[in-house]
Design a protein around this ligand. Structure first.
Ligand SMILES: NC(=O)c1ccc[n+]([C@@H]2O[C@H](COP(=O)([O-])OP(=O)(O)OC[C@H]3O[C@@H](n4cnc5c(N)ncnc54)[C@H](OP(=O)(O)O)[C@@H]3O)[C@@H](O)[C@H]2O)c1
Length: 382
């Protein structure tokens, strides 16, 4: 495309649309080596901690990368010699649409998403570009399904929100597969060890503490909050107390499993549940902590972190527990996003629209591709 050419604004919400006579920003895209058959994967947030890891994973998979961000110099420094860069700011819809032209998909790691995410998903649908994000904000992902799913399906575009957390939904799909339904309960619980938050994750956590949260009860989403319920769950390290949090599974699992209740949990002492009522008061402290320190754990420390994701599905005929184990928690997030876009390129998505991970892809086959960082440790009857 040429600089100054207009792009379509058909679907953009009123507040995101530029004035009719506004011109696109000339020269915001560096078009180097764009081969028609090799549509690049745009990475928005490529200057950030997670975005950099996503770029690394895409390169390892041999996928062409276009680095997107608001600071041209920083993008130039980070891009490899054969890679494209495009300057885009999420507060400027035109710059996003320009930067997405000709891309196959965009992976956005530019959180917090409730604050910064919607213009990108809107521009992606308008430009005919698939969309994935690393959101951990359930309230954001809920809006992706509810507000953007229909438009994406019509446009033949796949939206994979909260896809960095896809292992939880895949584990649920594996546990539920073949059980007699409708199921009573699906519980997805995560345990992490040696995990250090990036600054961006702390900034997002501060927002999450102030956001509404939902659980799936009796076939619909109902209000919930951090610590609203607790449980005991068996991890490879033993049985532990887990505390409810706003994971994506109450949104995603009912999209592919007929089930009455779905809640997401994280391993934490039972006393942590009490902080749920104080969550909004903790937010300013967490926000302050996001202003100091390194961007994220250094590589050696990052690689030592581990996680286990347990999904228990129970129904009238019995139940099953699927356990995934992983190492290098941020590395896993980047790998999942890169493998997601690769599966889209390989034509594996089972539908268009805003899809849950296990709705888009066959869960077991996808998890196999997450090795060596993630493995299915066990699948047992309960
Ligand atoms: N689910 C998971 O497992 C998982 C894992 C990792 C991360 N995450 C989430 O991913 C998000 C990013 O985390 P992070 O640690 O990578 O954060 P980060 O290092 O702060 O990176 C944020 C990125 O967003 C960009 N950005 C900020 N404002 C922008 C704007 N107006 N226009 C365009 N780009 C903008 C930043 O660009 P500048 O460099 O110009 O500031 C930076 O590249 C967080 O929401 C985090 O919770 C989730």
């Amino acid at each position: 495309m040429t600089a100054g050419k207009r792009v379509l604004h058909r679907g953009a919400p009123e507040e995101l649309r530029p004035a009719e006579d506004e011109q696109l920003h000339p020269g915001t895209v560096s078009w180097s080596l764009l081969a028609a058959t090799e549509q690049p994967i745009a990475v928005l947030g490529a200057t950030g901690y997670t975005g950099s890891l996503v770029c690394e994973q895409l390169r390892e998979l041999g996928l062409p990368v276009r680095l997107l961000g608001r600071r041209r110099e920083e993008l130039e420094q980070r891009a490899q010699s054969d890679e494209e860069i495009a300057v885009a700011d999420v507060t400027d819809w035109d710059s996003l649409a320009e930067a997405l032209q000709g891309a196959f998909a965009v992976i956005s790691t530019a959180g917090p998403f409730l604050q910064r995410g919607f213009a990108t998903v809107d521009a992606a649908i308008t430009c005919g570009v698939h969309y994935l994000d690393s959101s951990t904000e359930q309230a954001y992902s809920r809006q992706i399904y509810e507000r953007f799913g229909g438009r994406a399906a019509e446009a033949g575009i796949v939206l994979l929100t909260a896809f960095a957390n896809a292992p939880g939904d895949f584990a649920a799909g594996i546990a539920a597969d073949g059980l007699e339904g409708p199921l009573e309960d699906v519980v997805v619980a995560t345990e992490q060890s040696g995990f250090v938050f990036s600054r961006g994750s702390r900034e997002t956590l501060a927002q999450v503490l102030e956001q509404p949260q939902a659980a799936w009860e009796d076939g619909r989403l109902v209000p919930s909050r951090f610590g609203s319920t607790t449980k005991r769950v068996r991890f490879p390290s033993g049985e532990h107390t887990v505390v409810e949090w706003g994971g994506p599974e109450p949104l995603t699992v009912p999209r592919h499993v007929e089930v009455r209740r779905v809640r997401a949990y994280v391993k934490a002492p039972r006393v942590a549940a009490a902080t749920g009522k104080l969550a909004s008061r903790l937010a300013p402290l967490v926000r302050l902590s996001a202003r100091v320190g390194r961007p994220g754990p250094p590589p050696a420390k990052r690689r030592k972190s581990t996680c286990s994701i347990v999904a228990e599905a129970t129904g009238p005929g019995g139940g099953r527990r699927a356990t995934l184990i992983g190492r290098d928690v941020y590395g896993v997030a980047a790998l999942v996003l890169a493998r997601g876009v690769q599966a889209l390129r390989d034509g594996e998505a089972r539908a268009a629209g805003a899809l849950a991970p296990a709705e888009a892809f066959e869960p077991r086959a996808f998890v196999t591709r997450l090795g060596p960082l993630v493995q299915l440790e066990s699948l047992v009857d309960l």
